[in-house]
Design a protein around this ligand. Sequence first.
Ligand code: TNX
Length: 501
Amino acid sequence: MLVPDIAVVPRPASATVLPGGPFVLTAGTAVLVDPQPELVTVAVLAADLIGRLVDGPVEVRHHEPGAVGVIRLRLSDQLPAGEEAYRLVVGRSGVLVEARTPAGLVHGIVTLRQLAVPAPEGALHVPAVRVEDAPRYAWRGLSLDLARHFFGLADLQLVVGLLAHYKLNVLHLHLSDDQGWRLEIPSRPLLTQRSSGSAVGGGPGGFLTAAQFAELVAYAQVRGITVVPEIDVPGHVNAALHAYGELVPDGRAPEPYTGTQVGFSRLHDAVPATAAFLADVLGGVASMTPGPWVHIGGDEALALDREEYVALVRRAADVVRAHGKGVVGWQEIAHAGLGEDTVVQYWDDRAGAQADRDALVAAARAGARVLMSPGQHTYLDMVYDTATRLGDPEGPALGQDWAGPVELRDAYEWEPSTLVPGLPPEQVIGVEAALWTETLATLPGLTQMLLPRLAAVAEVAWTAPDRRDWAGFRQRVAGQGTFWDRLGVSWYPSPQVDWQR
Ligand code: TNX
């Protein structure tokens, strides 16, 4: 018998449709939890998410033995290995979500939310199912460029909600570049005072205060998401040089830069102010970050020779490590031989980047972990196709094309473990989509590039390869459009999918 697949994205490790059911979800449905302090935030989150589905407040109550018609959340160690594993059992009389950690419970709640379908009289029906699920990769992220154009706290919270909905667990923020500085560093106030008001094309810019950053980190953490801040050095530093002219050999600060060229700006290892700058900035960012990682950039430092590049990357890495954090950097840092506790992020999959690929393989063989962000599959700032023009008809078109058009199927159909020949597959820590914002200045523009492709990358990161296929994905993702519509976010109706309307 052909069992219909449940329409969950990313596809769970196992899902069985049960006889009987469905569970009827209404504003009268309560969330029930054991009285453990670590369950309070996840219970409130669950009640909020379900309350928004049913259009009314949902109560949180403590465990009542024998209660029916409730959603029960429980921590349990009787689950498959892995911090993020969860089990979801739905029947007519109730829902049980179990996980080892609050983050696992969030995944179960998200699956429940995706399974709910509108039923007569405003109710929602959840089919009777048993889902046992756990991710393939530990690192499933989105890298978002706040430097070329700035997006503030409310926009970032919306993005965090989308990440959680597709079980992604890392938000990597690109917080500095030639065009602007986007995070307040208390020990270096001129960075934001002088260099936050610029952006590509002369836009207004902006920055996150330290308090807003802390609020975002907490908002993400409740949803099981770690924020990884990136300060891009030793290239991509015009905004820093503009704020602190002492970083330039002749002491003359450059003008703000609002174009989109890359690779022209640089730190100088021999300039005395450089070491203090790296210590203050990366040390400051590390101490503002509860998560285990700080990203030091390291890409496209085209104005530096290899020796000075390596010296500066090692300096930056030393600061991050001295603050007890692991180092993440773009693929070029593989040339610096940083060793085991490093994550190297692969991005440039063009033929010309073979030297980087060789260094990446060598670094991985020496114990570094590799994060997969290949441009041709995960760069969501690429156009979907060359014929479609997205964006305001009066304004500039959205998207770049240096890595090729990236249609939904391109974002979906690739295999992280075999993409780079010679790379030991067990060194791949995960997958991260990237959204650069040279051409993206508004939230609708941003979400049109993210959706639907973010869902495809999320499935590559979460679902085991033997559970993935394009034909199944295009059917399961077809229902997501109505969810984005309900949220009121813009998305691109890729012609590769027969969207449910
Ligand atoms: C390359 S990807 C860059 C970014 C650009 C992006 C545009 C990477 C590490 N560097 O500086 O924004 O291309 O697609």
